[in-house]
Design a protein. Structure first.
Ligand SMILES: Cc1cc2nc3c(=O)[nH]c(=O)nc-3n(C[C@H](O)[C@H](O)[C@H](O)COP(=O)(O)OP(=O)(O)OC[C@H]3O[C@@H](n4cnc5c(N)ncnc54)[C@H](O)[C@@H]3O)c2cc1C
Length: 292
């Protein structure tokens, strides 16, 4: 058994938590529940992204409101996708994982209580168990879900938004665009392999989307996204209120953070997270490396 990074019990609070004074993001803690869910549908969104809809009786009580809410997804053993996933349990107030269990973080793309469906959009790749599971996903298989632990409402009242993502940030980006009101100008910078890896982007009256194609370069190895952010920052009017959200490979996000710092944009106008790290399995996005 091992304890789970970032998974406190969450059992004591269901009301809005204290807001850190410096953060304009409103956070509401949710009761942490481990659920065993069934794959209801699988859909190809692009050559490298699959949509997986999950449901079942254990979805009761599920909640997710914010565009970047995420949960820990629990997978069957690597190579045995039809087995049941090993799920964590709460022991003496801490969540622990059974030996051999595999979990990774995924954004909650949508939750439809009426349809009894929670949807994840999962990047397909051969380098890790979650990417391999996504490649073969089929209705009838099972996944586990722990969380979201917190639902977060970021500021929706800014003049300008800049979103910088790779494939792993595309689900959050799509949710952002669905939730943002009309009014702000929105710059989307999205790095993918090529045209076949682009996904449909929800309509928003102020959006301008730039797809950055890395071609044959490995994900997480180019400066395409940081370079594009650097250029986008120079185009922002001095008096505009801004929100910048970046979710991509960790060293790429670090480079973005460097450009943000040099631009003088206030840290409280940004949320930047390394969603994975090249060469690291089960990267902890809450580690210093994920936030640095
Ligand atoms: C808050 C949060 C939300 C996220 N939301 C999503 C989401 O909605 N959809 C999504 O697809 N991902 C999402 N991710 C990213 C996902 O958790 C990671 O990509 C995870 O590492 C995949 O697990 P794995 O088992 O495939 O690879 P791991 O076992 O973790 O890593 C094994 C190897 O695979 C490589 N690797 C990991 N991810 C990728 C990748 N995407 N492309 C290429 N190589 C990779 C690593 O370099 C590593 O060497 C999110 C991450 C966080 C922190």
């Amino acid at each position: 058994m091992s304890s789970i990074a970032g998974a406190g019990t969450g059992s004591s609070a269901t009301s809005p938590s204290d807001v850190a004074p410096a953060s304009p993001v409103r956070r509401t803690k949710l009761p942490l529940v481990a659920r065993r869910l069934e794959v209801l549908r699988v859909e190809d969104l692009s050559a490298s992204m699959r949509r997986v809809a999950l449901g079942g009786p254990e979805l009761a009580g599920f909640r997710s409101d914010g565009p970047t809410d995420h949960a820990k997804v629990w997978f069957p053993p690597d190579g045995r996708p039809d087995d049941a996933p090993l799920l964590p349990s709460e022991v003496d107030g801490a969540w622990v994982a059974p030996d051999g269990a595999t979990c990774r973080d995924y954004s909650i793309r949508t939750f439809d209580p009426g349809a009894g469906e929670v949807v994840l959009d999962m990047a397909v790749h051969a380098h890790g168990p979650a990417g391999r599971w996504a490649a073969q996903a089929r209705p009838g298989q099972q996944l586990g879900l722990l969380g979201p632990k917190t639902t977060k409402t970021p500021p929706m009242d800014r003049d300008r938004y800049v979103f910088a993502v790779d494939e792993t940030g595309l689900p959050g980006l799509q949710s952002w665009l669905e939730q943002l009101p009309a009014g702000p100008r929105v710059r989307v910078l999205a790095e993918v392999g090529g045209t076949a890896d682009e996904v449909p982007v929800p309509e928003h009256p102020g959006v301008e989307v730039t797809w950055l194609h890395r071609g044959t370069a490995e994900p997480g190895t180019t400066t395409l996204l940081p370079d594009a952010v650097r250029d986008a920052l120079t185009e922002l009017p001095d008096d505009a209120t801004v929100w910048l959200w970046a979710a991509a490979e960790a060293t790429v996000v670090r480079a973005i953070r460097g450009h943000v710092t040099r631009s003088g944009l206030d840290k409280r106008s940004c949320s930047m997270t390394g969603y994975w790290r090249l060469g690291v399995a089960n990267f902890d996005h809450k580690s210093e490396d994920g936030q640095a």
